[in-house]
Design a protein around this ligand. Structure first.
Ligand code: ADP
Ligand code: MG
Length: 548
């Protein structure tokens, strides 16, 4: 029997209809396949995946969200699992692999119950009750601290297992420094806007050359060799229009019949630029950051006035610069006044590898900092960038919430125990589903131990025993291949990451369980009206048509 309010999943044309048990089974299978594919990447001993696209570009990553984002997934329910990773990544920046593995396991446990004749609504109800109970326990178990030492452990845990692990100690310090720098106290509440941390990368050097900059770095050099390389007490003009004369304007206006007029014209043009630079100088600016081009002649005059100028600055950088220096974005030079200028202690050009970059430091608003990543190859740098962004997010969350949990499977083992005893108080058929949830939680410590080459069964038994003795913080210690107190060895995850991972795993698995009909839908172009694909679409309803 199918209940009336079951959602149906609509497939693209070319796929046949699946109904009832069969649809459910196939959906579960597809979701489990995705979860299995990334299982081996979980934890510090997890392996990397190499993703190769159709034109041969590769990405090497250990990050669940990245791997799933790049995977070419076709099956609709498999795609839903990929969405979980994405939403976990967007919301909290970490815990993506855990969320997906948990979702896969919840479905696997559900499959067994379905085979025993438990209805899917009973299962989804049980899972919901269980996850709420789990969240309450997480709040109770959460440890409280926001000191730098704890934050560093959070960063280290997030970075472990990534390609960055060799330098994670060093990188974690940088991350904590950056988060501390941009954290703001708003009416007694700490708020960290991670958008204020700009992560930049430059090929070359080694990871240990990665640096924290108390300000912004832009990947541009000064436009003219004669300009100063360093300006102290910088007064910065941010201009989002070109310091050029549009070529078309010249062509339209000038018809030179007399050769002597050429010089006049050139002088006139030169005067225009001289005027522009005059206006800039009058405002008191000694640095010009321009989003568009700067004409050679304008460059010459700017250099003559000792003004440091950069052109073609990215729009996103311009916005950050405005915020950091307090400058007002100017389009028309007539609007440029002393008040519209931004301020920074220093603007200077520095050579990084073979390139020159502009460093804007000690800005008026100190809540803007940068991390400049260095490393041997593009692949290394890109993976560091992804890892650092994750680490920044989790450290920021922990700084805001001040709450964290023991990692290494400790929390899942503890919850499994707590949820089992909760199941007994619920009774009925839901009890089975709640027990299944508890069992599913154990996939995390099990996978962590498997990936470390430990015996998963023994490890789980020992872990259970420790938690029954009240050792809440006991988890898997990879250094000793044994169990240990995670808070002592500094393996800790933010409360918000764990909570969100459980929530999204339950959300997607219940959504998939509620689907009992998968129907091939008409092409969306067909619904736009008659004609076009309409004829095909009309026939495609029941599937069986080859994909177009
Ligand atoms: P996710 O995408 O879910 O964050 P990870 O590969 O980052 O996946 O693995 C996270 C899990 O690994 C967490 O449960 C975390 O507590 C655990 N972990 C991380 N570092 C260690 C460590 N040094 N020892 C034990 N467990 C660890
Ligand atoms: Mg992680």
């Amino acid at each position: 029997m199918l209940s009336g309010n079951m959602p149906i999943l609509v497939l693209k044309e070319g796929t046949s209809r699946e109904q009832g048990k069969n649809a459910q089974k196939n959906n579960i299978e597809a979701a489990k396949t995705i979860a299995d594919a990334i299982r081996t990447t979980l934890g510090p001993k997890g392996m990397d995946k190499m993703l190769v696209d159709s034109i041969g570009d590769i990405i090497i990553s250990n990050d669940g969200a990245t791997i799933l984002k790049e995977m070419d997934v076709e099956h609709p329910t498999a795609k839903m699992i990929v969405e979980v990773a994405k939403s976990q990544d967007t919301a909290v920046g970490d815990g993506t692999t855990s969320a997906v593995i948990m979702a896969g396991e919840l479905l696997k446990q559900a499959e067994t119950l379905l085979e025993q004749g438990v209805h899917s609504t009973v299962i989804t109800n049980g899972y919901r009750l269980a996850v709420n109970e789990a969240k309450n326990h997480l709040e109770k178990i959460a440890l409280k601290a926001t000191d730098d030492k704890t934050l560093k452990k959070i960063a280290m845990t997030a970075l472990s297992g990534k390609n960055t692990s060799l330098s994670s100690d060093f990188l974690s310090d940088l991350v904590v420094k950056a988060v501390d720098a941009v954290a703001e106290d708003r009416n007694g509440r700490i708020v960290v806007d991670t958008a204020n941390i700009k992560v930049d990368k430059k090929n070359g050097g080694s990871v240990s050359d990665t640096q924290f900059i108390n300000g912004l770095v832009i990947d541009k050099e000064k436009v003219h060799a004669k300009m100063p390389s360093s300006v102290k007490d910088a007064k910065i003009a941010l201009i989002d229009s070109a310091l050029e004369i549009k070529k078309t304007e010249i062509e339209a206006k000038v018809q030179i019949s007399d050769p002597t007029k050429i010089q006049d014209f050139l002088n006139q043009e030169s005067d225009t630029f001289k005027n522009m630079v005059e206006k800039i100088k009058k405002s008191g600016a000694n640095v010009v950051l321009c989003q568009k081009g700067i004409d050679d002649i304008a460059q010459h005059y700017l250099a003559k006035e000792g003004i440091y100028a950069v052109r073609r600055v990215k729009k996103s950088d311009m916005e950050k610069l405005a915020k950091a220096t307090g400058a007002k974005m100017i389009t028309n030079l007539d609007d440029l006044t002393a008040e519209s200028l931004g301020k920074a202690g220093k603007v200077e050009e520095k050579k990084i590898s073979d390139d020159r970059m502009t460093f804007i430091t000690d800005a008026a608003n100190p809540k803007a900092v940068s991390l400049l990543i260095r490393g041997g190859t593009e692949h290394v740098i890109s993976e560091i960038e992804r890892s650092l962004n994750d680490a920044i997010r989790v450290v920021a969350l922990t700084k805001e919430d001040g709450k964290y949990l023991p990692g290494g499977g400790a929390i899942e083992a503890e919850l499994a125990m707590k949820i089992r005893s909760f199941a007994n108080t619920v009774g009925g058929r839901e009890q089975l589903a709640i027990e299944a949830f508890a069992k599913a939680l154990e996939i995390i410590p099990r996978t962590l131990s498997e990936n470390a080459g430990m015996d998963p069964i023994n490890t789980l038994i020992q872990l259970k025993a420790e938690h029954e003795k009240g050792h809440v913080t006991y988890g898997i210690n990879f250094e000793t291949n044994d169990l240990g107190d995670m808070t002592k060895i500094g393996v800790v995850d933010p409360l918000r990451v764990k909570k969100h991972a459980l929530e999204s795993a339950v959300e997607v698995s219940t959504m998939i369980l509620r689907i009992d009909d998968v129907i091939a839908s008409r092409k969306s172009s067909a619904s736009e009206g008659p004609g076009g694909m309409g004829g095909m679409g009309g026939m495609g309803g029941m599937g069986g048509m080859p994909p177009m």
